[in-house]
Design a protein around this ligand. Sequence first.
Ligand SMILES: *Cc1c(COP(=O)(O)O)cnc(C)c1O
Length: 428
Amino acid sequence: MHGFAYRHGSLHCEDVDLQALAEEHGTPLYVYSGNTILDHYRRLDKALGSIDHEVAYAVKANSNLSVLKLLAAEHAGFDIVSGGELFRVIKAGGDPAKCTFAGVGKTRPEIEYALKQGIYSFNVESEEELRYLNEVAADLGVIAPAAVRVNPNVDAKTHKYISTGKSGNKFGVDFDYIADVYARAARELAHVKLRGLQMHIGSQLTSVKPFVEAVEKVAPLATHLKNTYGIEFWSIGGGIGIVYHSSLESGSPSWWAAKPEGERPLTIEEYGAELLPRLQHLGLKILLEPGRYIVGNAGVLLTRCLFEKHGTTKTFKVVDAGMNDLIRPALYEGHHEIAPVKEPGEARRKVDVVGPICESGDFFCQDRELPDFQPGEVVALMSAGAYGFVMASNYNSRPLPAEILVDGSTAKVVRKRQTLDDLIAGEV
Ligand SMILES: *Cc1c(COP(=O)(O)O)cnc(C)c1O
């Protein structure tokens, strides 16, 4: 993880001491490194530098307005999955003409809103949706730019809940039928302009192989669609994995030694080097839709240890963050390293770190050897910048945590902690 390191015995985000942030703003607290976000965006942009391309940040990974604003200032594109995300992008100064709209279930109000804002493309996921888009566009008297998502039926070799490119997934149109969908659309749908082709095979891919396999399988289709209907872009999706079993800038602490066999980062340079030669001769604008890669390792969730509870067979460290604040471990067995903010000594202990929520799935690790932190101490759940706050809920009537964005030695509250009154706002 870049942007996070122990200095003078305390974990820092850039030049900001996380202990001081926890004291000032309370816990649980999300903290993001702005310069890490920018660095990831720029590295990816550069890796594809030699071809016509656009990096469209997948907003759903982290949609805080200030995070979006950082990327809007870089002239990034945005991949959105709802009208709400488009609203956020526009509020943050993003360009609707650089927005692609994905998702299997867009509603009429969302489609109308996006048409009026002039987005770049609707990435549709079925022929039924394409016909619906045509109908809504006809009612408004406009032409809707569209791409169809192809499901290439390749195995992304990731967790089954975040695999999207196999024929049993709900996403996209089967590879074998998609050419016919374009043919019928070109014949029958006067209010749709076929602008591109889209795919996205899954999330948290740690090998470049499935990407290569999908690109090689779909490239002839892309060429056919370009020659026949004049499509101008091919989005090859997001899904670039990050290292959750992480090392810090200052070297890997000894308690993070337990990396799974063979886990190594998929570097962005390798991703570019493998894919570029397979894309550059196509003469299409290449879109990427990374979410996790841009923000995942740029954020942590700080939480304070409340109690050490001794069960008959286990020791539990009860912390003040719960699955409502960070659901990845409960939802898809996500791994987060746990680092005491005060640099720990040598003592180790096998523990479960659990939250206060009334669910047995409310844990951040089980039977893990960790430094022996004490009640009152603050620990960081690492790599929590993607699919962290955005999935947080008020379950158990817990106010949503605050979010902080760091730039060098400056730390700004970019979302206030919810109050008890916020919890019941809108209720009668
Ligand atoms: C979620 C999603 C992404 C981003 O996935 P990451 O794994 O975060 O890069 C990109 N494209 C589509 C269509 C998605 O649904």
